[in-house]
Design a protein around this ligand. Sequence first.
Ligand SMILES: *Cc1c(COP(=O)(O)O)cnc(C)c1O
Length: 360
Amino acid sequence: MTRKYNFSAGPATLPQEVLEQAQAEMLDWHGSGLSVMEMSHRGKDYTSIANQAEADLRELLAVPENYKVIFMQGGGSTQFAAVPLNLLGDNDSADYVNTGVWSDKAIKEANRYCSVNVVANSQDTNFTTIPSFESWSLNPDAAYLHYVANETIGGLEFPWVPQVEGVPVVCDMSSTILSRPIDVSQFGLIYAGAQKNIGPAGLGIVIVRDDLLGKARESCPAMLNYETHANAHSMYNTPATYSWYIAGLVFKWIKKQGGLTTMAELNKRKSDKLYAAIDQSDFYKNTVQKEARSWMNIPFTLANSELDEVFLEQAVERNIVSIKGHRISGGMRASIYNAMPEEGVDALIEMMTDFEKSYG
Ligand SMILES: *Cc1c(COP(=O)(O)O)cnc(C)c1O
């Protein structure tokens, strides 16, 4: 068996150990004689799996007591509607930062439910910069402030957390959660789709400060209501049981690696290497402002885009797959989440160097 180096932005590579454990436990979880997929979500076995996953996630992120952790369905995008439906209350206005494609999607969805005030927009630099906080036109009466910590397509990541007196900060962390330690108390709400750094696609995780619960609009569907899910320990209906279990295995794996401090060191080292290789060459290029370059998603272009196809073919020959850039940006994109081993990044850099020698 040859496992490929999968640089996909999502669904992304998972730790091999996790897949092997899932395989070993597939038919018979811990002597239960059942696959996790077949278990009652209310039974003792599954309850222990679910509770352990939540406890490990809380430990990894040091989630304070006054925050609820919710395992939802519908990935990241469902939260674009759930956030306004739950947090607006009687307020009719929310602040949003626009730093790229995912910000834009969140804004478009929020527009259905409230008046969106775009406080800052980096369109003028083609979304390669984070507008300085001093330039933001914040509304002190906004129900919340929403931003995307890491723009997965643009490869643009906030190196700081915005803080506004009296306005809860809501953050889409889909492609950066668990890549480094964070201070959860700086946020009113954090959400993430699972398929980048957590587990299988379809699962969504919400971490919400408990004073923000209980304000959902009457029209908020029960399935999107954070309070409903929080009160039911994410078992209001049948949750995505197997995905939740795999997420739990990933949390254990991260703990075994040394937790988020170790992850951060590794992620910094991997991304530094790749950016250095890009910057040192005249052949490859990444245009994102240096301080705001993503640790997770690294887009780059070749000096001659006619070589893109050859580059992709040669990559595959070295077991490097899913490195093609997003259709809207072209070029290449290497997503190097927690589970991408350093050898994968080394293999990519070696391939890039050899390619430049032959075609540069
Ligand atoms: C992938 C992604 C999403 C959407 O996730 P889905 O699970 O596909 O809905 C939202 N925001 C960001 C930043 C993402 O990277």
